[in-house]
Design a protein around this ligand. Structure first.
Ligand SMILES: [Zn+2]
Length: 299
């Protein structure tokens, strides 16, 4: 495989060099070799250039895994209960592990030990996510698809469809690139920390009236904000009267100007919200709302 400089770069990356840059460079070389220029990224083809003979769906607890094949090469397995977008992200993530696998082998040939440390593994997982986003949602594609448009959920979903990626991975990458002056917030019903403790020590039946049990509120579980966006805290809740709560109740789309008490000055935000429920790893449906917060300019 024509990857001579790849291993050395990634060994350096695992030691704490410019790690993100190295994995993106490895992905860009792969894109050049395979002449992939437009979305959606053809993962079978991209994988085949990394020794992946097959990408298959399997029953497993994790999102994906890279299985070395005796005699060389790999099979990539992805979790069959995940959405297609998530399966593709997992497959791209596993393809990125082949770079590290190669780096490790090259390093061990030179008695250069880089494996074993727990944070090295954590770092590799993070870098494979960075590489997967770069492979599936390349910055040149997203800039091309998003720059001429105003931030909106419709356009976010269109871009996700074009790239065959999940809405969440697309939102995260758009925010990381700062293409749009907006934040993407995912909301799920949940409790504050103190309320979770209270629930863990719930009163005996019949005594609830003395200490009423907390009711779950719609809370921010993920915030993907473009650089320069106002800070929006995780776990922040929204009131029942908001358009965000309405999107959950109606399982639909809403649009309104909302005010949030965050910090000293209330944030006034143009919010477009859409119900995006999903099924979690245990097969349970989870209600969820995605909001695009379009920050209003001062004045
Ligand atoms: Zn991994």
């Amino acid at each position: 495989m024509p990857q001579r400089d790849g291993p050395a770069l990634l060994v350096a990356a695992l030691r704490g060099g410019s790690a993100e840059k190295a994995i993106r460079a490895a992905v860009d070389r792969l894109r050049m070799e395979t002449a992939v220029a437009v979305p959606p990224a053809p993962l079978e083809l991209l994988g085949s250039f990394r020794g992946v003979t097959r990408i298959e769906v399997a029953t497993m607890a994790s999102a994906g895994r890279l299985v070395p094949v005796p005699g060389g090469g790999y099979v990539v397995q992805v979790n069959g209960t995940d959405s297609i977008g998530r399966q593709r992200f997992s497959a791209a993530h596993e393809i990125c592990h082949t770079f590290f696998d190669e780096a490790r082998r090259a390093a061990s040939e030179h008695e250069d030990r880089i494996t074993g440390a727990f944070d090295m593994e954590r770092r590799e997982e993070y870098l494979c996510d960075v590489g997967a986003a770069h492979l599936l949602l390349h910055p040149t594609w997203l800039r091309d698809l998003a720059t001429r448009e105003q931030p909106s959920l419709e356009r976010l979903f269109e871009i996700a469809t074009i790239c065959e990626a999940s809405a969440e991975a697309t939102a995260r990458q758009l925010a990381a690139l700062g293409v749009w002056a907006c934040s993407f917030v995912f909301w799920e019903p949940g409790y504050r920390k103190g309320e979770r403790l209270q629930l863990a020590h719930a009163p005996l039946p019949g005594l609830e009236a003395l200490a009423p049990l907390p009711v779950p509120k719609l809370r921010a579980t993920r915030v993907y904000a473009a650089e320069g966006s106002p800070f929006f805290p995780l776990r922040k809740s929204v009131a029942e009267g908001t358009s965000i709560a309405a999107a959950l109740r109606n399982e639909g789309l809403t649009h309104a100007i909302e005010r949030f008490d965050v910090g000293q000055k209330p944030l006034v935000v143009d919010c477009q919200s859409q119900y995006v429920g999903y099924v979690n790893g245990n097969g349970e449906p989870v209600p969820r709302v995605l909001t695009v917060m379009r920050w209003r300019t001062e004045g």
